[in-house]
Design a protein around this ligand. Structure first.
Ligand SMILES: NC(=O)c1ccc[n+]([C@@H]2O[C@H](COP(=O)([O-])OP(=O)(O)OC[C@H]3O[C@@H](n4cnc5c(N)ncnc54)[C@H](O)[C@@H]3O)[C@@H](O)[C@H]2O)c1
Length: 256
């Protein structure tokens, strides 16, 4: 039997990078996947490539009514909701002094409020399905201060803390819903190209150039952990923060 056979998953930010890899791995292992993203063209292409029961649904994670629609449509189409991967995210470079309030609000609206809305509206649908697994994409930025991305760091810190709050709430409710966060360092996706090069778009060639950097892994390295957390193999894992960072957070500072 496949590892998430018969389960139904929503993957936000599924049109690109890690979300596309999550959709692919979850579908390969038997889940029906909703690829949810703002980017319609790429999202539809991912759903088509993933195959199986995968479908695209347009979702802006900052829009509460849109979340309610997508969850209702998912349950209508597939009969249940078992897995939510809160993966959609945005990043802008800026120190605490450089960052504008507008940029701070935009980043926190997507990365932090978007995850809150996903948890809020997915939990009741998962309870109806007998339980579920929420996987929130945070970052090593939530663990060590990254001075060049102030708003992003704060938003990922919020995701780290909210994950524990949701896990505790669900444990108290005994509702069968688990919630964990993943903290990657660098992953070879368009997002990291934008950080490394300052470009607005990322070609496959740009991504290839970053592949030799020590702590940069592939989207599938994250998707394999998503699969574990989504499956019943992790039934005793909740409230955990899981690093995929090649030891970057335990590496002592050089030259101190
Ligand atoms: N790439 C890395 O090095 C890295 C490291 C740590 C954490 N992360 C986190 O992993 C997640 C995925 O990142 P990625 O590298 O695959 O990025 P990516 O830029 O390749 O993909 C992000 C996706 O999110 C979608 N998105 C953005 N705003 C949205 C919104 N309002 N509603 C719905 N979808 C929206 C985009 O359209 C895009 O498809 C993000 O949360 C990111 O912060 C990435």
């Amino acid at each position: 039997m496949a590892r998430v056979d018969g389960k139904v998953a929503i993957v936000t930010g599924g049109a690109s990078g890690m979300g596309a890899a999550d959709a692919e791995v979850l579908s390969r292992e038997g889940a029906s996947v909703v690829v949810a993203d703002l980017n319609e063209a790429d999202g539809r292409a991912v759903a088509e490539r993933v195959g199986g029961n995968a479908v695209f649904m347009k979702l802006d994670v900052t829009d509460e009514a849109n979340w309610q629609q997508v969850i209702a449509r998912t349950v209508e189409k597939f009969g249940r909701l078992d897995i939510l991967v809160n993966n959609a995210g945005v990043l802008a470079v800026g120190t605490v002094v450089d960052t504008t309030l507008e940029s701070w609000r935009m980043i926190n609206a997507v990365n932090s409020e978007g995850v809150f809305l996903g948890c809020k509206h997915a939990i009741p649908a998962m309870v109806e399905s007998g339980g579920g697994s929420i996987i929130n994409m945070s970052s090593v930025a939530a663990i060590h201060g990254q001075s060049f991305v102030a708003a992003y760091t704060a938003s990922k810190g919020a995701v780290r803390a909210l994950t524990k709050n949701v896990a505790m709430y669900c444990k108290e409710q005994k509702n069968g819903v688990r919630c964990n966060s993943i903290h990657p360092d660098g992953v070879a996706t368009p997002m990291i190209v934008k950080v490394a090069t300052g470009k607005d778009t990322a070609s496959e060639e740009d991504i290839e150039k970053l592949r030799h950097v020590e702590n940069i892994c592939e989207p599938v390295d994250i998707a394999n952990l998503v699969l574990y957390l989504a499956s019943d193999e992790s039934r005793y894992v909740t409230g955990a923060e899981m690093l995929v960072d090649n030891g970057s957070t335990i590496t002592p500072p050089v030259g101190v």
